[in-house]
Ligand binder design. Structure first.
Ligand code: PFF
Ligand code: NA
Length: 447
C-alpha cells in the first residue's frame, strides 16, 4: 500500500471518536424521530435497519478503504485512484457530488442546530416548567414564525462551527466526545425510563417495532435508505476523507461495526424516549421536523429535576450537532483551500458565509418564504429531500461501485483480515447486495 502522505490519527481510539463524532448528531435524534413519525413507524424503522446493515456497513468500509488508499481529499482521491486503475478521471464526480451534499446539508443542519441552542437557553430560563402539549406547540411555532430569532440562532451555531474549525480545536472536541457521548446515552436512557412510566410505552414500542407493511411504499423506503446514509455520514466523502488519515493497524470492519452499533442505538433510544410522550399527550407523530422540540419540553417541564435534565440534554444535543457540523464543513473548506488561492482561514470563512446564506433561505421558508416552492417543496424540505433522497444514495452508490471495480480483490481481502470464505460473503454484500439495494430502492422511490 502507498506510504501514508499525511498525518495519521494518534490512535485507533482517536479515529473511532472522530468517526462517531461525525455520525452521532441531529440525524439520530431529530431526523430519525421525525421521519419515523412521518412515515408511519415500524415499517420505516425496519427498512432503515436493513439499509444500515446491508448498505451502510459495506459503503462505510468502502469509503474508508478508498480514502486510505487515495490519501487526498475526496475529489482528488477518486480522480487519482481511478486514473491509477485505468479508469476515467470522471469518477471525481463522486467526490464532487459528495462535497455539494456536505455544503447543502450543513446549511439546514445549522438551522436545526440553532433550534437546539435556543432550547438550551429555554431550559436555563425555565421556559418549559409546567408546559403542556398545547403550550409547547405554541412555543415552537412562535420560534418558527420569527425570522429574527431563527436567524440569530442559526448564525450563532455557524459562528461556533467556524471558531472551532478555524482555531483547529477539532481534536479537542473529539476528545470531549469520549465523555459527552456516553453522557448523552445515559440521558436518553433516563428519558426512555420516563417514557416507560408514562403508561404509553407499549404504544411506542409497537409503533416503532410492529410493522404495518401497508404503510410501506417506494417513498418510505427511499426515505429510510436516505436516513441510513445521513445518519452514518455516508455519501458525502466525509468518511473517505477520514479514511485518508487512517493508520494501517486499524481494523476497518470492527471499527465500522462499533460506529454503526453506537449510532443505531442512539437513534432507537431517541425514538423510545419521544414516542411515549407523543402518545401520552395525544400529539401527532407526523408533526414533522418540529417533533422533538414539541415533545421533549413537555417531559422536561413536568418531571422532577426537569430543568436541569433539559439543560443537559439540549447542551449535549448541541454538542453532538457541532461535532457533526464541523465534519460537514471540512470537505468544503478543504476543496476551496486546494483549488483557490485562499488560505485555511479564508477558505473557512468563505465556505461558512456561503453555507450560512443558504441556511438563511432555509429558515425563511418556515415563515416569510413559505410559499416559495421548488418542485412543490419549500426550501427547507427541498434541501433535506434533495440531499437525503438523491445526492447521498447516488454518491454512496458511486463509492461502492468504484470499490468493486477498482480495488484489488486479494489486497482488499488481506486489508479486511478475512479468510477466503468470509471474504466471498463480504464480496457478495459489497458487490451485489449493496449496489442493487440502492438502485432498487432508488427506482422504487421515484416510480
Ligand atoms: N451523521 C450526522 C447525523 O446523524 O447527525 C449528520 C452528518 C454529519 C451527515 C456529517 C453527513 C456528514 F457528512
Ligand atoms: Na447519525
Amino acid at each position: 500500500m502507498a506510504k501514508l502522505a499525511h498525518a495519521q490519527w494518534s490512535s485507533k481510539m482517536g479515529f473511532v471518536l472522530a468517526a462517531a463524532g461525525s455520525a452521532v448528531g441531529l440525524g439520530n435524534i431529530w431526523r430519525f424521530s421525525y421521519l419515523t413519525g412521518e412515515s408511519g413507524g415500524a415499517a420505516f424503522v425496519m427498512v432503515y435497519l436493513a439499509c444500515v446493515a446491508l448498505v451502510g456497513l459495506p459503503i462505510l468500509v468502502a469509503e474508508w478503504m478508498i480514502g486510505r488508499r487515495g490519501q487526498k481529499n475526496p475529489i482528488n482521491t477518486m480522480s487519482e485512484l481511478a486514473h491509477r486503475h485505468g479508469r476515467s478521471r470522471g469518477w471525481a464526480m463522486v467526490g464532487i457530488s459528495g462535497v455539494l451534499a456536505s455544503f447543502l446539508i450543513l446549511s439546514f443542519y445549522s438551522v436545526i442546530g440553532g433550534w437546539s441552542l435556543n432550547y438550551t437557553l429555554g431550559s436555563v430560563i425555565g421556559s418549559f416548567t409546567g408546559q403542556d402539549a398545547e403550550a409547547s406547540g405554541e412555543a415552537f411555532n412562535g420560534l418558527l414564525a420569527s425570522p429574527k430569532a431563527l436567524l440569530i440562532w442559526h448564525s450563532l451555531f455557524m459562528a461556533l462551527v467556524v471558531v472551532i474549525v478555524a482555531r483547529g480545536v477539532t481534536k479537542g472536541l473529539e476528545a470531549a466526545a469520549r465523555v459527552l457521548m456516553p453522557a448523552l446515552v445515559v440521558l436518553l436512557i433516563v428519558l426512555v425510563g420516563y417514557g416507560a412510566l408514562s403508561g404509553f410505552f407499549g404504544e411506542a414500542l409497537s409503533f416503532m417495532f410492529t410493522p404495518d407493511w401497508s404503510a410501506l411504499n417506494g417513498g418510505v423506503m427511499l426515505a429510510a435508505m436516505g436516513q441510513a446514509f445521513f445518519t452514518l455520514s455516508l455519501g458525502m466523502g466525509i468518511m473517505m476523507a477520514y479514511g485518508s488519515y487512517l493508520g494501517e493497524d486499524v481494523n476497518l470492519l470492527s471499527t465500522a461495526r462499533t460506529v454503526i452499533i453506537l449510532d443505531t442505538a442512539i437513534a432507537l433510544l431517541a425514538g423510545l424516549a419521544i414516542f411515549p410522550i407523543v402518545f401520552a399527550n395525544g400529539l401527532d407523530a407526523s408533526e414533522g421536523p418540529g417533533l422533538i422540540f414539541v415533545t421533549l419540553p413537555i417531559a422536561f417541564g413536568n418531571m422532577t429535576g426537569g430543568s436541569l435534565l433539559g439543560l443537559a440534554f439540549f447542551l449535549l444535543l448541541t454538542f453532538a450537532a457541532l461535532t457533526s457540523a464541523i465534519s460537514l464543513l471540512e470537505p468544503v473548506v478543504e476543496t476551496l483551500e486546494e483549488r483557490t488561492a485562499l488560505g485555511r482561514l479564508g477558505a473557512t470563512l468563505v465556505s461558512a458565509v456561503a453555507v450560512w446564506l443558504v441556511g438563511v433561505a432555509a429558515l425563511l421558508s418556515f415563515n416569510v418564504w413559505d410559499s416559495v416552492l421548488i418542485f412543490g417543496l419549500n426550501i427547507f424540505d427541498f434541501l433535506d429531500t434533495f440531499t437525503g433522497k438523491i445526492l447521498l444514495p447516488l454518491t454512496g452508490l458511486g463509492a461502492i461501485i468504484f470499490y468493486s471495480i477498482c480495488l484489488d480483490k486479494e489486497e482488499a481481502r488481506k486489508e479486511l483480515a478475512m479468510d477466503v470464505y468470509d471474504y466471498s460473503l463480504w464480496n457478495l454484500l459489497a458487490k451485489y447486495v449493496a449496489p442493487l439495494g440502492v438502485i432498487i430502492v432508488f427506482l422504487a422511490g421515484f416510480l
